[in-house]
Design a protein around this ligand. Structure first.
Ligand SMILES: [Zn+2]
Ligand SMILES: [Zn+2]
Length: 382
């Protein structure tokens, strides 16, 4: 069957099949399905979920082939579905079966309209690629999918590629699904000594590791605003880099957790503006975080913004000029460094795991993640 194989081997684009040939090749839906099962498409590893649908509405497409997965979808409303349609796999991508995926603040913001997101959210994951050089091994993945050819990418700034997609955030279906499609070059294998429920923290931990990449940290007096997931990880990373760290938060139990890690804490309600911090890191996820930071940072100090907030805010900018405050945006960080810290046991993530849910209980999982007492809530998928 040389001819049909070459037609289908052009990719997952079985829809590219010429209609007259398709009719003669596949006189019925079951025969088409049978052919696909035995075709080179299987090399892409997505054979098991192929669903063949007869679509009478399309004149030139007697059969539309789709891969469907169980997933959590946001289409204005967050819900679970058994048959989210996986898009066509692109050159350089692999299909990764997701083991665990974490819910983060950004996911909750997306569901409140941030980035106008529609699709499958989820960007913190551990999974197993079906094909490629990491096939069968556990991996974590960087979330920025860059073009690799523009001036920004060639200059080493692929996380800022202007045409990038971002897994689970910008034009790229994410990891709250059985299977994720992602460029193979984004993947990092997880060392055996790191458990899956520790490795699921790699992406947010890498984001925390971004801060000392951007600004010199040694011996600095740092205040981290926010006692949640990212605040906790940032505090641990900055202490590891030799800073004097204090975390300011609203939740006694979460602050207590930091105290047990040897990090000093203050309740926000008891905070007196002292303007003595060299660096203030805003991990509050709140529109008021920046104005609180301004009350704590010393003149000529730096405020690091880790928070993405869906709502816009108005702020009096004069203090930044008068006190020569540096405002530093900080986003995605180095995965290799995060994995190294996890492997060395330098960062404690196990106490941050609050609960695990199946995809089917998406609404409960998101509601739990939004609870005051929650830290990291994950989906355990397979
Ligand atoms: Zn995140
Ligand atoms: Zn680019």
């Amino acid at each position: 069957m040389g001819e049909p194989e070459s037609l289908i081997a052009t990719g997952f684009g079985a829809e590219r099949l010429d209609s007259s040939k398709t009719r003669s090749l596949f006189p019925s839906v079951p025969e088409c399905a049978e052919f696909i099962r035995g075709s080179p498409l299987n090399e892409c590893g997505l054979d098991t979920h192929w669903r063949v649908r007869e679509d009478t509405g399309l004149r030139f497409l007697p059969f539309v082939l789709e891969t469907v997965v169980r997933a959590v979808v946001f289409d204005g409303q967050l819900h679970f579905t058994r048959d989210a349609v996986l898009r066509t796999i692109q050159p350089g991508e692999v299909a990764v079966d997701i083991l665990q995926a974490g819910i983060c603040e950004t996911d909750m913001q997306l569901c409140q309209g941030y980035m106008g997101f529609r699709g499958i959210p989820g960007h913190e994951f551990v999974g197993i690629p079906r094909t490629g050089r990491f096939a069968g091994r556990r991996v974590v993945g960087e979330i920025n999918c860059a073009c690799e050819t523009c001036a920004t990418c060639r200059g080493g700034g692929r996380n800022h590629c202007p045409t990038r997609t971002v897994v689970g955030i910008v034009n790229h279906d994410g990891a709250f699904a059985e299977t994720l499609l992602i460029p193979e070059r984004n993947l990092h294998p997880v060392p055996d000594s790191i458990s899956t429920s520790e490795a699921v923290f790699t992406e947010p931990l890498a984001a925390a590791c971004r801060i000392p990449q951007q600004i010199s940290m040694n011996g600095q007096k740092v205040t981290v605003l926010g006692d949640g997931r990212l605040g906790n990880l940032s505090a641990q990373v900055l202490r590891h880099h030799g800073c004097q760290v204090q975390v300011v938060g609203k939740h006694p139990a979460k602050l207590d957790l930091l105290n047990r890690l040897g990090i000093s804490t203050r309740l926000l309600s008891e905070l007196e503006p002292d303007r003595e911090s060299d660096i203030v890191v805003d991990c509050t996820g709140s529109p008021t975080g920046l104005s609180t930071a301004l009350q704590l940072v010393r003149p000529c100090g730096t405020i690091v913004l880790k928070t993405t907030v869906a709502s816009s805010q108005t702020l009096h900018m004069a203090p930044f000029v008068i006190d020569e405050i540096t405002l530093l945006g900080s986003r995605c960080g180095p995965f290799d460094e995060a994995l190294r810290l996890l492997q060395a046991g330098a960062i404690q993530v196990a106490p941050l795991l609050s609960a695990s849910y199946p995809l089917e209980e998406a609404e409960q999982a998101f509601a739990h993640a939004a609870r005051r007492d929650a830290l990291k809530v994950v989906f355990t998928i397979q």
